[in-house]
Design a protein around this ligand. Sequence first.
Ligand SMILES: Cc1cc2nc3c(=O)[nH]c(=O)nc-3n(C[C@H](O)[C@H](O)[C@H](O)COP(=O)(O)O)c2cc1C
Length: 202
Amino acid sequence: MEKPKILIVFYSMNGNTAKLAKALAEGAKNANAKIRLRQVQELIPEDKFNDVMKKTKEDLKDIPIASNDDLVWADGIAFGTPTRFGNVSAQLKQFIDQTGGLWMKGALINKVATVFTSVSTQHGGHETTIFTSWAPLIHHGMIIIGVPYSEQRLMSMELGGGGPYGASSVSSPNANIDPTKNDLEIAKVQGKRLAEVARKMM
Ligand SMILES: Cc1cc2nc3c(=O)[nH]c(=O)nc-3n(C[C@H](O)[C@H](O)[C@H](O)COP(=O)(O)O)c2cc1C
């Protein structure tokens, strides 16, 4: 059986969204998909990086920068972004805003898409970020999926992220609390589902 091609493309300043991205990649890989893990271009000048950002950049240095070719290559695409004022980060949006040519050609129509995020506070906008990220994907004609409630961890009463809209994590105001085990498992389920639905669309 042909393997679905799954692109996981993300921005991460402090490393939390990157950890979710790797969990999604693992979930998709376990579902027998071909994986491309990519980050988007940084927009913050290097001389403004703090120590945490410098460490994140070092940790992620082997992950290539995403291109439009990666989007065209993929059958299914997961977009990851930290929450910025309840919205998508400028860095991921900048990447999406460079896809006008693909839009005009209808190159992303019927590709499967899903979104994940990281926030610092429990009610800081997981859902709004994921929702607002969906708008350009709909314009592209992509088929958006989340995580169904068959995933029992969505019922968890523990502090953490992850909902029917997609995986998320709550990193604290210092952005230094890692995604929980539940958050990572939900991200794996999201990656697996992305691969499975993309396979059906091939
Ligand atoms: C400019 C800015 C705006 C932010 N806005 C929000 C917000 O609206 N809600 C929230 O919970 N966290 C907000 N955060 C915090 C990040 O979303 C949070 O630290 C996230 O876990 C970072 O993900 P990363 O580790 O992948 O960079 C904001 C951070 C910055 C720098």
